[in-house]
Design a protein around this ligand. Sequence first.
Ligand code: PGA
Length: 254
Amino acid sequence: MRLVITGSYEQMSIEAANIVAGQIYLKPNSVLGLATGSTPVSMYQRLIAVHKSLGLDFSQVTTFNLDEYIGMSPDNPQSYHYFMQENFFRHINISPENVFLPNGLAEDMVAEGERYEKLIEARGGIDLQVLGIGQNAHIGFNEPDVKFAATTHQVELDSETIQANSRFFASEDEVPRYAISMGIKTIMMAEHVILLANGRNKAEAVYKALCGDVTPEAPASILQLHRDVAVIIDKEAAAMLPDTIRGVNVTRKS
Ligand code: PGA
């Protein structure tokens, strides 16, 4: 595992965008796993800027998003379909037929999970997965649990997640209670993973992910077992980390 501690959210976003851009330059038909939330917004802005100024070409890129709320149509401004269109896809030259998110309106979520897994497999698997982290150390919508969920599946959101995500809604009551999310196995099968976190409110989750026991109670801790993870965070999110962490190669950038 590599850990890059940056001086700011902007620096974190630049580092992350450089890795994603590098992946696309090296393999133009890359399959990316993408995340929503506040954390990657500036990374997407940087990638859009690199597309516009340097011609970073997304025409052969395929993307699979981690998750979607259940019951939300793609044109609902609260949906993750909408978020991705607004924050990323409509600004780059990606082909709509290469963009995938789980269908939150599917009638049968078990069948939808299987369909999504098959699509990922048919595209050759995920080359680079981008992750945020919840305050409860969730990745995707894999909430703390007694076991690691394997593949794309329906989840019931944690009260902490509902509260955290209520900032995007008029009230907490409006936050969906269920979502469909890639599972831990789906994420762990990705060739490369980058985990992003910024802000003091993520410090405990980052500590659990990097220094805690590997346990489904802290889903991100499973990344300690992945063969190629770069954790890119700002100094606030690093506030609880010790100077040295076993098995982790630490770089500090201001
Ligand atoms: P955030 O969400 O980027 O909005 O903090 C991250 C997450 O919940 O995974």
